[in-house]
Design a protein around this ligand. Structure first.
Ligand SMILES: [Zn+2]
Length: 90
């Protein structure tokens, strides 16, 4: 039996395998690759649109991000469904 929460390469919100993603130069993160869930049906991402609209009246969302170097997880802000996809390396 596999527990998706123990596999850090899978998104804990939708269970999909996350993509390797390299932060752009303008980001404040190190250039170390991150793992990001780019599933457009991921509840974390889908609910993000609603949340940003209700909290900030902004048309934006965020995707689930995991830093394998530090173990840190957090949101990756996106303004469109295609945002950040150009930085996927795998
Ligand atoms: Zn996900």
């Amino acid at each position: 039996m596999t527990d998706v929460h123990e596999d850090k390469t899978k998104c804990p919100h939708c269970g999909q395998k996350m993509n390797k993603w390299v932060p752009p130069l303008d980001a404040n993160w190190s250039m170390a690759p991150q793992l990001v869930c780019f599933n457009d049906d991921c509840p974390y991402y889908v609910n993000g649109w609603e949340w940003m609209k209700s909290q900030f009246n902004q048309k934006a969302s965020y995707r689930y991000r995991y830093n394998p170097q530090t173990g840190e997880t957090g949101p990756l802000p996106v303004a469109t469904p295609h945002a950040r996809k150009g930085d996927i390396v795998e």
